[in-house]
Design a protein. Sequence first.
Length: 322
Amino acid sequence: MHSVSGSSKPTRFILLLLVATIAGFANAEGRATDVASGQYELGSGALVRSYLLHVPKQLTQPAPLVIVMHGYTGSADSIMSYSGMNEVADEEGFVVVYPQGTVDQQGNAFFNVGYEFHSDSSVDDLQFIRDLVAHLQGKLALNPDKVFATGMSNGADMSYLLACQASDLIRAAAPIAGIMMKATFETCSPSRPLPIFEVHGTKDEISLFTGDMENSGGWGPYLDLPATIALWVALNELTLTQSSKLPNSAANDGSHIIFDRYWSESNNNEVWFYKVIDGGHHWPGVKLDWWRDPLAWWYFRNANQDVDTSRVVWSFFKAMSD
């Protein structure tokens, strides 16, 4: 009796430990599936901010997170619609969050990246994104090593700001039609160099490919795209380059893409640059039904259709983090 009783105690302990371990895994799975897609609010600083969340039914564990940020005057709902990122997330098993910018004195939604006419704004969007990622990390089984940032226009500029000032938070950034403000460029000192993927039209009339150091547009001085790419190539210490023309699969869209790739044999980071020759201020591959979002449909009607930007962005993020 005593020998049986004595051996049952460690056996019982092991069984309890196994049950607790299994329950822990179940809770992690539960955290990933119990949080529904939808619109939510979050306190950040003195403000109540909002965001849209998309959680696929089948998630990679732990799940990657892609932050997708809208342009100036845009909205989380609009970029969720035209980017098509949710469809990619459903196929690949990652979470997508669409932060909503605050409203400036002109009544336009924005992320505070240092535009001249926002010089009086105290909105701290860097802190907002940090708070948002931490909040989602507490709600979902997220992989802290696979947090990525992308966005269109103002949201792309915000991606650059994150890459410079929050490189501990994100693993890579993919600005679409983005620029680096002069102040951001000159003070960019990431704690670790990040992979960067820029997609930009050479005839972009808003975020000028050639930059605007004279501030003729009133946004504040910002760098040209070749100088911006050169900065990230230098920060990543990349020594090899290759340029190629992508298949012009949509010959009637009036543009084609030159792909400049920069890499090195000494590290795994890369810089990708899709130059959309004769392209405008667009998200290439955008697909919209005009009746769902007439304004976005009209704006993007002449966008390049040779690539699906969201799919290529995810392939970049995946390649840079595997």
